[in-house]
Design a protein around this ligand. Structure first.
Ligand code: ADP
Ligand code: MG
Length: 500
């Protein structure tokens, strides 16, 4: 459910106190303190509401005539942490500080609260001092942090994005919401004899491809590195070794050119791709991301603040299933296009293959999760059995029936998500979106349910640097501070972490 930020009044005091005590235990402010804070003219207190429920609050103080503001407090209910509520509260406070004419914002944070410190760093806060043993009775130090409010917010930043999470080396360049260049070099051919992406080979291929791809992207955009305002890079999720090449290159570029760097989530990047296609992202949207490495269903209420992973594959990714089944059928790699080719004009109802995690008992626990490994085994069994009996079978019918099973589950679960969350939009991303049948069924089902279907052009659906640049540009336009150079490649980065 959507998070609303509203200004707090004295009537909210009892609810605030409940959360205050739950959050800070023996550090909690007394009720009288909160009472006078809420009453005062120089303060600004806000609430984060989910429905009617209070899930967070925060407060700012700014004395008239001073150009400094202080963040007094911020709290998010324990079971709602990690959902971007802290960022929403901070967004609202920093905006208010700016509106009230503050040039700098200060805050104090417990030295042992690294999660809060990380949030503040995203908003440009830097530690400028320490108050020894400030928090009693625990005797914990306070870090004093400060940020400059008047960070110039560039309304149309030129951002270069680097993507190396799997087997595509992608460099893209955007200006604000507009695509300037999108160059991709895939190492797919090098993995063909292995029937799937080999991480070490992918990492080496990135190393070789990065410089030429970068140069080509700059040439296409008719820009030089001097014209770039910022660098964005995928730091996860993906293959660790492959990610490291892009992260290393982006950091080196950032240090060498002095340009700010933004570490961006790959999956959120796929959602951002639609900005480059239609000029903006319409939210809320459900996003179904299907590739060789991922099968993820996301609920996106706000691209930078509120992306929730509803479900994902518990075993093989959808593209991986296409690749494995292709091998079973004696076809080549990548499997998706091959299966599409032989399935054309064949009978998708010839064999009823299992639909993973769709039985009522699975739907309780795994309503939005996927499983394709049982399906792959069922196809292998079917083929083995036919071969052992010396029976003729139609590869086309097996391929079409397999494809139907995959597409059926993908689309059903995505449409369920749209209905369950009352979201009128479905966005597809990832290499499997090339699948002819997936497009067809998604279109039919969306039309039947009054859901708008968004499929960006294929060059923006597969892994690419432009979508990463697009997220970088959104972060800059939202006034976010750059990432600090201590971020690393994180192969299992959660989707809630839009920027590291
Ligand atoms: P990744 O880089 O994570 O492996 P990509 O986005 O590059 O994923 O997509 C590659 C995957 O997409 C492969 O697994 C491939 O089989 C699959 N794929 C490509 N074209 C099709 C298609 N027409 N139908 C189904 N799957 C496809
Ligand atoms: Mg790929």
């Amino acid at each position: 459910m959507e998070i609303k930020i509203i200004e707090a009044t004295l009537l909210d005091l009892p609810e605030i106190m409940k959360l205050e005590v739950a959050s800070f235990a023996n550090d909690a402010w007394p009720e009288e303190t909160f009472h006078s804070e809420l009453e005062a003219k120089h303060t600004y207190y806000i609430l984060a509401l989910q429905g009617e429920e209070l899930v967070g609050y925060a407060g700012l103080s700014k004395l008239a005539g001073s150009d400094q503001a202080d963040i007094q407090t911020i709290a998010v209910r324990e079971d709602k942490r990690g959902l971007g509520i802290g960022r929403k509260l901070m967004d609202a406070l920093t905006l208010e500080a700016r509106n009230r004419g503050a040039k700098e914002i200060f805050l104090e944070v417990r030295a042992d609260n690294s999660i809060a410190q990380k949030l503040y760093k995203v908003f440009g806060f830097k530690q400028i001092g320490t108050r020894k043993k400030y928090y009693q009775p625990d005797g914990v130090d306070a870090f004093i942090m400060k940020t400059d409010v008047i960070r110039k917010v560039n309304s149309e930043p030129v951002v270069l994005g680097i993507e190396t999470s799997c087997d595509e080396t992608g460099v893209g360049i955007v200006r604000g919401n507009q695509l300037l260049a999108n160059v991709i070099s895939s190492s797919m051919d090098k993995h063909a004899i292995f029937g799937g992406v080999v991480p070490e080979i992918a990492a080496r291929a990135h190393l070789e491809a990065l410089t030429p791809v970068l140069n080509e992207a700059l040439a296409k955009a008719q820009l030089t590195l001097d014209d770039i305002d910022a660098i964005a890079v995928t730091n996860g999720p993906g293959l660790a070794g492959a990610l490291m090449v892009g992260v290393g290159a982006a950091k080196a570029l950032s240090v060498a050119t002095g340009k700010p760097i933004y570490a961006v989530n790959h999956l959120v990047g796929h959602v951002g791709a639609d900005i480059l296609d239609r000029g903006e992202l319409y939210t809320p949207t459900i996003a179904l991301l299907v590739s060789g490495g991922h099968t993820s269903l996301l609920l996106v209420r706000d691209l930078l603040n509120d992306v929730v992973l509803l479900g994902e594959t518990i075993d093989d990714a959808a593209g991986e299933a296409f690749d494995k089944v292709s091998r079973v059928l004696g076809l080549s790699y990548p499997g998706g296009p091959e299966i599409d080719r032989v399935a054309k004009d064949a009978n998708p109802a010839a064999i009823r293959f299992p639909r993973g995690l769709t039985l009522p008992k699975d739907m309780d626990k795994h309503r939005y999760d996927f499983s394709f490994s049982g399906l792959k085994t069922a196809v292998a069994r079917h083929v083995e059995l036919a071969e052992s009996k010396g029976e003729e079978f139609s590869i086309g019918d097996v391929a079409a029936s397999f494809r139907e099973a995959v597409v059926d589950v993908l689309v059903k679960k995505a449409i369920n998500a749209c209905k369950d969350f009352d979201v009128p939009r479905l966005l597809l991303g990832g290499g499997v979106v090339a699948n002819a049948r997936l497009r067809e069924v998604a279109k039919e089902q969306c039309e039947a349910n009054g859901i708008e279907l968004r499929i960006p052009p294929f060059s923006l659906c597969t892994d690419n640097g432009a979508m990463i640049a697009a997220i970088g540009a959104q972060l800059i336009m939202a006034g976010r501070a750059p990432s600090t150079l201590d971020f690393s490649a994180e192969s299992t980065l959660p989707v809630t972490s839009v920027q590291s």
